[in-house]
Design a protein around this ligand. Structure first.
Ligand code: 13P
Length: 251
């Protein structure tokens, strides 16, 4: 009953020309994909051009971050409504790289999630533990705090436009995927917590994506897990064939 979502996070890769080529190559490769939502997240400068090319196809466009104010003297920031204006339907919020290198906290994640939802975007809210946290046995506590504080104050209605992405930091860009079981147990804990916070039907409907070295050869195993509803893909989303193979995992 939960439609899977396969999202490609292009991170800080690709010029406008490269990004438009990639989405143009991708479209025919995924045109036959049904029962799955497809999202790509280029850099800010390529958003509007990629969105123009994706328009009318089954590929949707996400930004990789946003600010929480609509406008004002905030040099360098981009407001959610401007992302909509550029053709985005989604925005990634609180990616671990932003938490690690740009000082994002659960509070800024919460501010951004609320602003994105208010602007009518779907928010892909990322959570994940570091290797040190996993080894210290605090994975569930860390994820629980990120979920609780990142989604604090949202209404059940707004939660319908939230997608949570569980990305263990130690699995990002390392080629080390969490095992299907390791991912599943964290996803199940997130769904249980959402049930406590927002009710069981909101929890049953929430899509929870796994991210961290997802490739064409490991996506199937992950997707067979009960609480894994899709993938947030980094490296393998930069090549049309490999991202399409992940989108078409069920074909
Ligand atoms: P990789 O797929 O390159 O490990 O990146 C995952 C990620 O961070 C997606 O947001």
């Amino acid at each position: 009953m939960r439609t899977p979502v396969i999202a490609g996070n292009w991170k800080l890769f690709k010029t406008i020309g490269e990004a438009t080529s990639l989405v143009s190559e991708l479209k025919p490769l995924v045109a036959g994909a049904t029962g799955v939502e497809i999202v790509v997240a280029p850099v800010f400068t390529a958003l509007s051009r990629v969105a123009d090319i994706a328009a009318g196809s089954n590929v949707q466009v996400a930004a990789q971050d946003c600010f929480w104010k609509e406008e004002g003297a905030y040099t360098g920031e981009v407001a959610p409504k401007l992302l909509k204006d550029a053709g985005c339907s989604h925005v990634i919020i609180g990616h671990s790289e932003r938490r690690q290198f740009f000082g994002e906290t659960d509070q800024t994640v919460n501010n951004k999630a609320k602003a994105a939802l208010d602007a009518g975007l779907t928010a892909i809210v990322c959570v994940g533990e570091t290797l040190a946290e996993r080894e210290a046995g605090v994975t569930f506590a860390v994820i629980g705090k990120q979920v609780k504080e990142g989604l604090a104050g949202l209404s059940v209605d707004n939660l319908a436009r939230v997608i949570v992405a569980y990305e263990p930091v130690w699995a990002i860009g390392t080629g080390k995927t969490a095992s299907d079981e390791q991912a599943q147990e964290v996803h199940a804990s997130i769904r249980a917590l959402i049930g406590e916070l927002f009710g069981t039907s909101a929890a049953a409907e929430l899509r929870i994506l796994y991210g961290g070295s997802v490739k064409p050869d490991n996506v199937k195993g992950l997707m067979t897990q009960a609480d894994i509803d899709g993938a947030l893909v980094g490296g393998a989303s930069l090549v049309a064939e490999s991202f399409a193979a992940i989108v078409n995992y069920g074909a």
